[in-house]
Ligand binder design. Sequence first.
Ligand code: BGC
Length: 396
Amino acid sequence: MKKKAIELLLAAAMVTTMLAGCGNGGGGDAAPSSGNEAEADADADAADDAADDAADAEADDAADDAADAEADDAADDTTDDAAAGGDMADKKVGVCIYQFSDNFMTLFRGELENYLVSQGFAKENITIVDGQNDQATQTGQIDNFIAEGVDVLIINPVNSSSAETITDKVMDAGIPLVYINREPEEDEEKRWQDNGWDVTYVGCDARQSGTFQGEMIVDLGMDKVDLNGDGKIQYIMVEGDPENVDAQYRTEFSVKALTDAGLEVDCLTDQVGNWQQAEAQQIVANALGQYGEDIEVVFCNNDSMALGALQAIEAAGRVVGTDIYLVGVDALSEALENVISGKMSGTVFNDHFAQSHSAADAAIRFINGEKNEYYIGCDYVKVTQDNAQEILDMVK
Ligand code: BGC
């Protein structure tokens, strides 16, 4: 199984990209909306690299690879010799999740716990807590883990911008730290390197997922997607948490894939749905009420919101694949079933197996006194009707 982590350009990783929004995407220029030119160039290069990586492994190949292997194989791939150096049975792991009700993080934490146990940790020594989307709550939980003297912390921050404070207190306590899913800012990651701290970040490069979303729309062809025949793609964007780089990059790079392919775009509205199905349903219902048949494409930063968008689309009597197109990210089971039946145009597999295993492996290496890279990446997989069943068989 091709689940090897890719090292994407750390130097360019975190341009402070503001939400692309309609202002940026609508003009067909999807360059980062802030940051100096050098950063913007680096950002574009990194995006190209991500797209190249993606192109290298054809979506089909990746899907085949993915489907060929059971989750166990993935575990083998990512295990390396991480656990070989020590007995984990008495080691304590503290895991902070930003919000248990998040569908993707639910998959992630379940797999993380299973994998830690498979690597020799005792279940009672793994404590996973719910930050309830409140940084103060999470900070208190981190204080408790420090007081308890855990051997390693795995943290999915509520606010990425709180990473500096979190890192400082965890380093003061002499505990190694693995951030997951919500990438801290570039300056913060640089501090880990400059100080030689035992801190790393594990996640996928969200630029790649955005690029894949846009490419799936491009691949459908203008004939199909340009329903009103005006030579432009009219779209609406439903964004996740605006503080989260995954939301920022997916918003920007989905549209960039269209403009890179030479298509003209017209952003009708761009709104924040906070990764939540219900919020997205409301946003898309309102947008359908306001823009009606003008909407050709609905981009959602994740599948939970795409499921909400689909409810609104169906309630408005519109039919995905016929008179509107809809893409998400994550490859939740329900979304995959919708891709198979044609109710969604596509999604992107956000590999919670690879990410949780890499996070656990990094934690084990720290416990064993070894070092980690400061950024541990992974690949997304494009999911269309062609490979959705294979992905579903793997994630189920
Ligand atoms: C996922 C979202 C999730 C978010 C949480 C993203 O990578 O695609 O579904 O809500 O992470 O931070």
